[in-house]
Ligand binder design. Structure first.
Ligand code: UT7
Length: 326
């Protein structure tokens, strides 16, 4: 028998307010046509003052607990992937812990921006397999609207707020099940810090003492994204001995429809097997993969036994992918 981290529940939460491209075009020099054509984005949700990374994360966590049939007291590990924490410290994971009423457990944040959820999944997978906990809440939650420069049309139209959560549970899987058995089969993570100026926030506690705003060289990020994502998907599938034909669903980071299409094409993955939410949610950074995963589980597309591939790329640059049998 091998201990694996198995998906036992998903959940998500979106802010109450939804903003269309046309509404944004009243605030900045842009148009619905430009945004749809260049990105595929039509709407994004924007948090009200009472909605934070912590409250959205907790709402998504509660949904995931319900789906898994678990109580907060069952959770031994909480990881929140975020670049927009409620406070510089403590970790937003401890806030989520308090909001859902989970007693003493391990709780910390992971900062890898848009790849944060993939990093968090990989860390949780390792910790569950080595016996640190039985059930882990892995959350991607962001309120990027708080760090956008609303005068900068090259960035402010691209992002949205939201949260997604999954529960991973340590289970013993028969060795002979191999890649047919449930659980996370492989993860791969990367970072290349020499590109940290391509996508960053121009503030922080140790530099300016301010929160700062998102800055991005979009074209450069786009170019690296397609190359890096196609390559990490190839690596992670090779680790499992599987190929693109074995994949039932790809749940990609939702930054830009053109990046998603180009990556899928490079790997020969048909568009019908890719879960798309970028039109409805825009780029919710670390929340985008778990949000899309929850949507596709709840609408019945992703079913028990399916082979699902997750991937993301973001500031750092950081990028990663995971293969799991649901
Ligand atoms: O999650 C982290 C990863 N982030 C990403 O993956 C983002 C990656 N990058 C992208 O998605 C794309 O590069 C963008 C959507 C950001 C930009 O698309 P693009 O096709 O690369 O456009 P561009 O930056 O080359 O800009 C083309 C034109 C420029 O005008 P000129 O210089 O050709 O006259 C921009 O000023 O579009 C202009 N532009 C806009 N026009 C209307 C830029 N933003 C806007 C806008 N509305 N919001």
């Amino acid at each position: 028998m091998t201990r694996r981290a198995v998906l036992s529940g998903t959940g998500s939460a979106l802010p109450r307010t939804r903003v269309s491209n046309a509404e944004l075009a009243k605030r900045v020099d842009t148009s619905d046509e430009w945004i749809v054509e260049r990105t595929g984005i039509r709407f994004r949700h924007i948090a009200e003052p009472d909605e934070t990374t912590g409250t959205l994360g907790a709402a998504a966590a509660k949904e995931a607990l319900k789906a898994a049939g678990l109580e907060p007291s069952d959770i031994g590990l909480i990881i929140v992937a975020t670049a927009t924490p409620d406070n510089t410290f403590p970790a937003t994971a401890t806030k989520v812990q308090a909001l859902i009423g989970a007693p003493d457990c391990i709780a910390f944040d992971v900062a890898a921006v848009c790849s944060g959820f993939l990093y968090a999944v990989s860390v949780a997978d390792s910790m569950l397999r080595t016996g640190a906990a039985k059930h882990a809440l892995v959350i991607g939650s962001e309120t990027f609207s708080r760090i956008l420069d609303w005068e900068d049309r090259t960035t402010c139209v691209l992002f949205g707020d939201g949260a997604g959560a999954i529960i991973l549970s340590a289970e013993e899987v028969a060795d002979e099940a191999g890649a047919k058995g449930r659980g996370i089969l492989a993860t791969r993570l990367h970072a290349e810090g020499q590109y940290c100026d391509m996508l960053y926030v121009d503030g922080g506690p140790s530099t300016t003492g301010t929160v700062g705003h998102v800055r991005m060289q979009g074209r450069e990020v786009f170019r690296h994204a397609v190359t890096n994502l196609a390559s990490v998907l190839g690596e992670v599938l090779a680790d499992t001995g599987l190929s693109a034909e074995d994949v039932d669903w790809v749940v990609p980071h939702q930054a830009n429809r053109r990046i998603i299409d180009a990556t899928a094409k490079k790997l020969g993955l048909p568009a019908e097997r890719v879960v798309l939410t970028v039109d409805q949610h825009a780029n919710t950074s670390a929340a985008s993969v778990p949000l899309a995963l929850d949507l596709a589980v709840r609408d019945g597309r992703i079913k028990r036994g399916d082979l699902v591939v997750l991937e993301a790329m973001g500031g750092g640059f950081t990028w990663g992918a995971a293969v799991l049998r649901v």
